[in-house]
Design a protein around this ligand. Sequence first.
Ligand code: XMP
Length: 520
Amino acid sequence: TVLVVDFGAQYAQLIARRVRECHVFSEIVPSTMPAAEMLARRPKAIILSGGPASVYAEGAPVAPDGLFDLGVPTFGICYGHQVMAQALGGTVENSDVAEYGGATVAVTSPGMLFAGLPHEQAVWMSHRDFVSSAPAGFTVTASTDVTPVAGMEDRERGFFGVQFHPEVLHTEHGMEILRRFLYEGAGCRPNWTMVNIADESIDAVRAQVGAKRAICALSGGVDSAVAAALVQRAIGDQLTCVFVDHGLLRKGEPEQVEKDFVAVTGVNLHVVDAQERFLSALDGVTDPEEKRKIIGREFIRVFEEAAREIVKGGSEGGANASEPVEFLVQGTLYPDVVESGGGTGAANIKSHHNVGGLPDDLQFTLVEPLRTLFKDEVRALGEQLGLPSEIVWRQPFPGPGLGIRIIGAVTRERLDVLRDADAIAREELTRAGLDRDIWQFPVVLLADVRSVGVQGDSRTYGHPIVLRPVTSEDAMTADWAKLPYDVLQRISTRITNEVADINRVTVDITSKPPGTIEWE
Ligand code: XMP
């Protein structure tokens, strides 16, 4: 493993992902972790991430004591570069001039990281302090107009540092520099591949679950689908999946779970048709938070009832029907684990998962086969497991589903209208080949708003549809997507022509912040 020491901000996750793109496993650890604990994880290499602070700021994060005595090859990036320089006897200075954004570094002495690369390179910078002199034993490898030590290395001791961000795509040769550190500097081998990940995860699930049984809630989303498919490979019919059809899914999605997913994976599926139940629980409710609470609560209750039946060993028996159901499969991903403290064990898991909150007499041990993976790795794993691309490449969809995309009370008729409009928008996006460029494409029905229109020579008084295509890296921030006009036009024409009650289509051009991605 490669440890990415997190000095703050969002840099560490991106670095960890880039390391894995080099087919080397990486983990993020806090900068407060003692060096001995780091060593206990037997790292092949350590990377010190960027961070927002100045090394001279009060409370600025520092490298753990003894980190540079571990004998592990270490690469400092940005703030990590400065931490390394300072700890080993170099000098870091404050500057009045910040260097943000694109810059050009000149390679002064290629060393290992820059060997054979162009003398001048475009890089991405984001710093104010700078290293003015490298520690004894280091060679300065690169500099810019304002940063005398933009790169340094002490190959003998396995220490490397760069002031710029190799993990950012604007840094022309960033990936090459990272690969050199990993392969040449640290002797890592590129053996983190999907085949190995799948095999290892399947073995781990088998070892954890043994002959016992497990259940899993399928939502129709990528994460639960991949987790379920993987666990099915590991333990076969000892797994029972529960699919709660709450009636708030998009057109074709229940069928995708009930038919396509089962056909491909052979998973043992228990379907609960709870549409009426959700509709009556939501009857007349317009407040967004209220809707979320009701949907969450009903989901747990329905799942709980299904789980009880399965635990009792009812009709779904499957293999090992007499064994107790001890395990609950969840599609928790690595970013959730990192953001909630990075520790191990169930206590740290964010509560956004649909089936948290089960009653005390229904306690399960969690099986989380995806908890070391990033989203793109989960998708690759899904492909490796043979899941259809409509599932693997499905855009994120909120747990409360279309319930929070109808502004106003939720009714069956309104759901049908929204489903039709949404299906058209998705179809045209796919036809234009833009699926994977768009992070998410909510379609929203303003059910309590009416506007006047003219259709077929007569006056109409219908509802508007809002299109909300966004681009994003992680849903924390988002930008409104500039879809081509002809695509927007086709969507608009088709929705007003084909969907009853809709006489107006609008596009939401708000970024996040200030808007959120969803309207409720
Ligand atoms: P917002 O609207 O807050 O959404 O910008 C950020 C991301 O989260 C999704 N989302 C949810 N996902 N349960 C979920 O599983 C929820 O209650 C929920 N609310 C929002 C949203 O679709 C976007 O991807």
